[in-house]
Design a protein around this ligand. Structure first.
Ligand SMILES: Nc1ncnc2c1ncn2[C@@H]1O[C@H](COP(=O)(O)OP(=O)(O)OP(=O)(O)O)[C@@H](O)[C@H]1O
Ligand SMILES: [Mg+2]
Length: 349
């Protein structure tokens, strides 16, 4: 039995439709017109204990809604969820002992009180023993470097400081699963890295199962061995990020540096008849091309034979660009491969 099992999950919201025309406001008040909005359409997946999974998708895809259902905050409109043997919305209290949750956009700390007061309240709510509480507080506060913040009112903390305190709050009761909804949103590079290192540590050392949503690909590269992509409430991909890179990154770039700009421009003219895009920036020539239409070795051979670059680097399509392309265009089976044989499962419903 998987640790988390989701089958044909569905969530719809009823929204008010604004009427137009004469007496629209009055008519809306007397008889509001409702429309059903589908946030999660038909999602199925299972996650084993100790996995760390990224849950990706463009804005409005249904990620937060899924997490709210997994944590029992929202009741599904259809389908089923089991988390550690419990149905979250039916056993909210019991399942909350197994679950930790961090919403990057929402706080579980009491804004006007010192951080420690919120922790004390959580200790009481989760019936954590004093011994366990002090042990965890000491350990996590040290690793997250928040010891000096515990007596500060939450509202005085910077975003990065507050996020570290939020993560600590979500772990005091030693949950088996941690749901993180954009835990690094708005943080600077150093703060992001600190949080990633901590999350990685609790997954590796304590075996905490992770499900993480983010718009930052570095989070995923660092933390998640598996990536699920949803779009318009449907799962469109379930596999590794590396697999996406290997099989969907078709764009590649060669950067060649020359003695001077003139030589770079001369080298660029060598590729006028090639199926590539060239750009000269000072002494550097950038050659971008689609790997399916252009052969890297042909390009390199031509470059080395007719020009004398001082330095050469090659780059695959950046993962950010790749994922946003997948959001825009969806996942298409590459013409060379049948997606089914590959490690990543392309889910179409
Ligand atoms: N309480 C609600 N009432 C009505 N519609 C809602 C409600 N909550 C979410 N939605 C709608 O459901 C859809 C999915 O929202 P959700 O918050 O799950 O997206 P998301 O994938 O988390 O996006 P983001 O990346 O912007 O956080 C959106 O169209 C949103 O407007
Ligand atoms: Mg969201």
């Amino acid at each position: 039995m998987p640790f988390i099992e989701v089958k044909h999950l569905r969530k719809t919201f009823e929204t008010d439709v604004r009427r137009t025309g004469r007496f629209a406001t009055i008519r809306s008040l007397i008889k509001p017109e409702k429309r059903e909005m589908v946030a999660v359409e038909d999602i199925s997946f299972s996650i084993e204990k100790g996995e760390s999974v990224a849950y990706l998708g463009p804005n409005g895809a249904g990620k937060s809604t899924t997490i709210k259902m997994l944590t029992g905050i929202l009741e599904p409109s259809g389908g089923s969820i089991e988390v550690a043997g419990l149905i979250p919305h039916k056993s909210r209290k019991l399942s909350s002992y197994q679950i930790g949750v961090v919403f990057g956009q929402r706080s579980q700390l009491l804004f006007d009180l010192p951080v420690k007061d919120s922790y004390d309240l959580l200790r009481y709510m989760y019936s954590i023993s004093w011994e366990q509480y002090h042990r965890n507080l000491r350990e996590f506060a040290e690793v997250l470097e928040v010891e000096h913040l515990l007596n500060r009112p939450v509202r005085t903390l910077s975003l990065g400081q507050r996020m570290r305190c939020e993560i600590l709050a979500s772990l005091l009761h030693e949950p088996d699963i941690l749901f993180l909804d954009e835990p690094t949103i708005g943080l600077d590079v150093v703060a992001k890295e600190r949080i990633r290192a901590f999350i990685e540590k609790i997954n590796r050392e304590k075996g905490v199962t992770l499900l993480l949503t983010t718009h930052d690909m570095h989070d995923i590269e660092r933390l998640c061995h598996r990536t699920m992509i949803i779009d318009k409430g449907r799962l469109i991909y379930d596999g590794s990020l590396q697999h996406i890179r290997d099989h969907y990154a078709t764009e590649r770039q060669i950067k060649a540096t020359f003695e001077d700009t003139k030589l770079a421009e001369k080298a660029a003219s060598l590729f006028a008849d090639f199926h590539v895009h060239t750009l000269v920036e000072e002494r550097m020539l950038k050659i971008s091309y689609d790997q399916h239409h252009m052969d890297t070795s042909t390009l390199l051979k031509h470059l080395l034979e007719y020009a004398q670059p001082r330095d050469l680097t090659m780059q695959d399509e950046n993962i950010d660009a790749l994922i946003s392309r997948i959001y825009r265009e969806g996942i298409t089976d590459s013409p060379q491969e049948s997606g089914r044989e590959l490690e990543g499962v392309i889910v179409r419903s």
